[in-house]
Design a protein around this ligand. Structure first.
Ligand code: 13P
Ligand code: SF4
Length: 303
C-alpha cells in the first residue's frame, strides 16, 4: 500500500481538476476498487451509473466494451480507458458481420446480446442483457426463440432456466471456462461446509456443483442475505479480495483465475489517463445510436 498512496493522492487531485468520475468493475484490484473509484459494480450497475453522472470525464476501470457502453450512453462526455489493450475474449468472439449472417439464417428471431460485446455487435442486436438479468430479458420478449450471443455457457445457463428456445454462439470467457466441476468437489472435501458461488460464464459442470449461480453483484447480495461462514467465489480473483474487506466475518477460500485484461488497468495508467486525457474511446455515431437502443431497451426491462 505504501507504493500505492502517492498514486492515489495524485489521481484524487486530477479527478477534481478534470471533473472526472472513476467507474470500477468488481474485478478491479482493491487498490483501485476501494480507494479512487466513485462507483463500483457489475456490468449492469456501471452501465446504469454511466447514465447518471454529471461529470465531464468518465474513466472506465474495466475492459474496452465497458468503456464503449459508457460512451454510447454518454455521447457528449469524454470517456477514457487507461489501457487500450484491455479487451475481452467474449467481445472478441463475434463481429457485426457474424450477427448479420445469423439474422439472415433465422429471420425474425430476436437477437439478445450480452453486454460483453463491441458497440458494433450491440448495434445489430434487438436488446442487450447482463449476467444479472439474462433470463429476465429473454423472457420479457415474449417469443418462443431467441438468438443469444456470444457466451455459450451463459446461454446454456439461461436455457436451463426458461422454456424459450435458445440459439447459441460459440463464445466463452477465457477466465471462467478454466474452472472445472472436479475442482469444486475438491474444495468441498477440503473445506467442510463451504458455500460455493459461481458466475454463469462458467461451464455447466461447474454450475451444477455450485450452491448459488449469479452475476458479481448477485454474489455480493447473496453474501449479505445468507452470511455463510465459509465461501468460495468461482470467478475472477479480485472479486474475493474486494468482497473479503466488506465481510470480515466470512472466511474466503481463494481459488480464482485472473483476467489478464482487467489487470492492465493500474494506478499509474489511471493517473496518466487523467493527466493526458487518454485513451479516449470513440464510437461511430450511427453505431452508437443502434447500440444505445439495445442497451436502453435492456435498462427499460429492469433487472
Ligand atoms: P458481471 O459483472 O456482469 O457479472 O460480469 C462479469 C464479467 O465477466 C465482466 O467482464
Ligand atoms: Fe471478458 Fe472474462 Fe475478462 Fe470478463 S473476465 S472481461 S468476460 S475475459
Amino acid at each position: 500500500w505504501q507504493t500505492h498512496l502517492p498514486w492515489i493522492d495524485a489521481i484524487s487531485r486530477l479527478k477534481k481538476q478534470r471533473n472526472a468520475v472513476i467507474l470500477a468493475h468488481n474485478y478491479q484490484p482493491p487498490e483501485i476498487y476501494h480507494t479512487i473509484s466513485d462507483f463500483t459494480g457489475d456490468s449492469l450497475a456501471l452501465a446504469q451509473q454511466a447514465t447518471r453522472t454529471e461529470a465531464d470525464v468518465i474513466v472506465q476501470c474495466g475492459v474496452h466494451f465497458m468503456a464503449e457502453t459508457s460512451k454510447v450512453l454518454n455521447p457528449g462526455k469524454t470517456v477514457l480507458i487507461p489501457d487500450t489493450g484491455a479487451g475481452c475474449s467474449l467481445a472478441e468472439s463475434i463481429t457485426a458481420d457474424d450477427v448479420r449472417l445469423l439474422k439472415a439464417k433465422y429471420p425474425g428471431v430476436p437477437v439478445v446480446t450480452y453486454v460483453n460485446t463491441s458497440a458494433d455487435v450491440k448495434a445489430e442486436s434487438d436488446v442487450c442483457c447482463t449476467s444479472a438479468n439474462a433470463v429476465h430479458i429473454v423472457e420479457s420478449l415474449g417469443v418462443e426463440r431467441v438468438i443469444f450471443l456470444p457466451d455459450k455457457y451463459l446461454g446454456q445457463y439461461v436455457a436451463s432456466k426458461t422454456n424459450v428456445k435458445i440459439i447459441l454462439w460459440e463464445g466463452s470467457c477465457e477466465v471462467h471456462e478454466r474452472f472445472t466441476g472436479e475442482e469444486l468437489r475438491a474444495y468441498r472435501r477440503a473445506h467442510g461446509g463451504v458455500r460455493i458461488l459461481a458466475h454463469p460464464e462458467c461451464p455447466p459442470d461447474v454450475l451444477r456443483e455450485a450452491d448459488f449461480v449469479g452475476s458479481t453483484a448477485a454474489m455480493i447480495t447473496h453474501l449479505n442475505e445468507r452470511r455463510p461462514r465459509r465461501v468460495v467465489m468461482i470467478t475472477e480473483c479480485s472479486m474475493s479480495d474486494n468482497v473479503a474487506v466488506e465481510f470480515p466475518d466470512i472466511e474466503f477460500t481463494r481459488p480464482c483465475n485472473l483476467c489478464p485484461h482487467m489487470r492492465r488497468i493500474t494506478l499509474p495508467r489511471i493517473h496518466d489517463a487523467l493527466l493526458h486525457l487518454r485513451h479516449e474511446v470513440h464510437v461511430d455515431p450511427a453505431v452508437a445510436q443502434g447500440a444505445r437502443r439495445a442497451v436502453e431497451r435492456m435498462l427499460a426491462f429492469g433487472r
